[in-house]
Structure formats: structure tokens, C-alpha cells
Design a protein around this ligand. Structure first.
Ligand SMILES: [Zn+2]
Length: 333
């Protein structure tokens, strides 16, 4: 192994093998059986306004093929294998158990299937995997799916320390008041479950302050911090790790140089490098590192970012020691 990478922000449903997803979508009547692979490909990869209603529909489509235990297991195993092939030594794979109950699975069963898929991948390969379960922003108020979000926490409590490593808040972040989710994270904090929150990804920088008020362990994206100096200062004061996903953020423009990651690094923010969605961002962690090198970000900065990822990872201390040895053997030998 010549490199070793750590992925902290990767959505299972957005990172499926597209051929596998197509075959499942046809077999399960998720799409019209006359849809060709090329048409399916266009639906997922075609023109996309980031996190528009259209984009959310794409997530619904890939979620619809993941409604059974076997498929969740298989998809997680396959993702673990592809990550292992990319020299990813540790990945936190996230999904929202409440999105996978349309065929009668409970959230706990859906979570168990994903955890089992990850466990099998770890049995067969050197990669280590932790699962993050996502609470969801839906509707225009947290009360819209409060019941499902509470079930997400209950299911996660069952598996915390047994494959599940943390919680997240995902979905269309501009729909709701962040503070409405505070009671849910209060429960997580009492249970000792770490959590990250998608915030400051979709154009509203003040969400970063609202997320920080909920005392997360990390923030997903956070790139809108550049809108106001006070947001940057708040992140620096909290020494908050940010899960930055460059290709995902610029996918509508393709303009890497316009992304604020370089400025964020220069300001001393704790930037970790991640992929978000291998399908929708048409990327993977190897590509992310390559694009950043092309932007002039040094090997040394990227190495530091990988060690920051390790420090910010939600896994247990024993796993961290194992991963640190692996990183040291590659980067400090
Ligand atoms: Zn995300």
C-alpha cells in the first residue's frame, strides 16, 4: 500500500455501484422496466442543481432500491470493498435508517443490515468501517418527522459501540430551524453518542452558528463560513473539524479553483477531505486528493488533513491506534 486515506463523510445511498443499482431498480420495479441503463445513468448523473428538489428525488430513487436487508448488506459490503481498493483504511459510511423502511423493515433492522455488511467487509479486508445514522430534515419543521428521528436515535442506541459510531443531521438544510433539532442531540449527548451536523453547505452561513450551538463533534461541509468572519472565528474557537467535500460542492460548475477550501486551510480551519457521494459527485477520495494537489495544496497539508481526520474519527481508541500505526508506516517511514 502506497497511500492511506480516511473518509469521514460518505453517503451509502449516494455511493452505490451504478450498474448494481440499475439492475436492482429494474428488478424491483423502482423504475419503468423499459428504462435503459443509459437513461438511468442520465437520471443520476444528468444536469443537477445541487440539493434542489430534483437532487433530493435522486436520493429517493437510490434509497428505493435499498429497502431489503440483503440489499443493504450487499451495498455496504460492496462500498467497503471499493473503498478498500482505493487504499481507504477507515471509512465512516452514513445512511438514514428511516429512509429504508418502505418494505417493512424497522429502523433497527435496516441499521443492523448495514452494520452486518460493514462487519463482513472488515472480516474479508483490512479496511475498518464505522456506521453513522442520519437524522433527517424533512418537511418545513422538525415536527414533520420527529417520530422517525426519535426512532433513529433509539435504533442507534442499540448498536452504538457495536458497529454504529455516531449520528448526523442530513437532508435539505434550508427547510427548518436548526434549533428545533436541539432536543434530539441532547438525547444523543446524554447517551455519549458523537454526532456531526450538515451545516453551511447550501448558502446560509449562519447555520454554522446554529449547528455549533448544538455542540457537535464535527460539522458536515461548513464551507459557507467564508460569508462572515464571525463564522470562521466561531469554528476556530471551537477547534471544530469540518468534513469538506469539494467535488460534491462544485458539481454544478466543475470549477475547483472557486471552492473555498484553500482559503479555509490558510485560515487554520480543521479541514478534513471527503467525498460525500461517489455517484452524484462523480468522485472518490483518490480523486479528491488529486484535485486538491492540482489546486496547489501541498502533500504536507493533505497529510496533516488525514491525521486530522483520524483525530476527528468517531471510532474507539483501539481502532485509532491501529489506524495511526498504518498512517505512520506510510507517511513517517
Ligand atoms: Zn453529506
Amino acid at each position: 500500500m502506497k497511500s492511506a486515506k480516511i473518509e469521514l463523510h460518505l453517503h451509502l445511498d449516494g455511493s452505490l455501484n451504478i450498474r448494481w443499482a440499475y439492475d436492482k431498480a429494474i428488478a424491483k420495479n423502482v423504475i419503468d422496466p423499459n428504462t435503459s441503463f443509459e437513461e438511468f445513468y442520465k437520471i443520476l448523473y444528468g444536469k443537477n442543481i445541487h440539493h434542489s428538489a430534483e437532487s433530493i428525488k435522486k436520493f429517493e430513487l437510490v434509497c428505493d432500491v435499498l429497502q431489503d436487508r440483503e440489499d443493504l448488506f450487499e451495498a455496504t459490503y460492496d462500498l467497503g470493498k471499493r473503498l478498500n481498493d482505493l487504499d481507504v483504511i477507515y471509512a465512516e459510511i452514513r445512511f438514514a435508517s428511516q429512509q429504508h423502511c418502505k418494505n417493512g423493515l424497522t429502523q433497527a433492522e435496516a441499521l443492523k443490515a448495514v452494520i452486518d455488511g460493514a462487519a463482513k467487509a472488515m472480516e474479508d479486508m483490512p479496511i475498518r468501517i464505522g456506521i453513522i445514522n442520519c437524522l433527517m430534515h424533512k418537511g418545513d419543521s422538525a415536527s414533520f418527522n420527529q417520530k422517525e428521528n426519535l426512532e433513529t436515535i433509539e435504533a442507534s442506541k442499540l448498536y452504538f459501540g457495536k458497529g454504529l459510531v455516531g449520528l448526523d443531521l442530513a437532508g435539505f438544510e434550508n427547510n427548518c430551524e436548526f434549533s428545533e433539532y436541539a432536543p434530539l442531540f441532547e438525547i444523543a449527548r446524554k447517551e455519549g453518542i458523537p454526532y456531526t451536523i450538515h451545516a453551511g453547505e447550501m448558502g446560509i452561513g449562519s447555520h454554522i452558528l446554529e449547528a455549533l450551538a448544538m455542540k457537535p463533534n464535527r460539522i458536515g461541509h461548513g464551507i459557507d463560513c467564508i460569508q462572515d468572519e464571525s463564522y470562521i472565528e466561531a469554528l476556530l474557537a471551537a477547534d471544530m473539524p469540518l468534513e469538506v467535500c469539494v467535488s460534491s460542492n462544485i458539481k454544478t460548475t466543475g470549477n475547483y479553483s472557486a471552492h473555498p477550501i484553500r482559503y479555509m486551510l490558510e485560515r487554520g480551519l480543521k479541514v478534513t477531505v471527503n467525498t460525500d457521494n461517489m455517484i452524484f459527485a462523480k468522485s472518490n477520495l483518490v480523486n479528491e486528493h488529486m484535485q486538491l494537489k492540482m489546486l496547489g495544496i501541498s502533500e504536507e497539508t493533505l497529510r496533516k488533513s488525514t491525521y486530522d481526520s483520524l483525530e476527528a474519527a468517531f471510532c474507539d481508541q483501539e481502532t485509532k491506534r491501529y489506524l495511526k500505526e498504518k498512517l505512520d508506516s506510510i507517511y513517517n517511514s
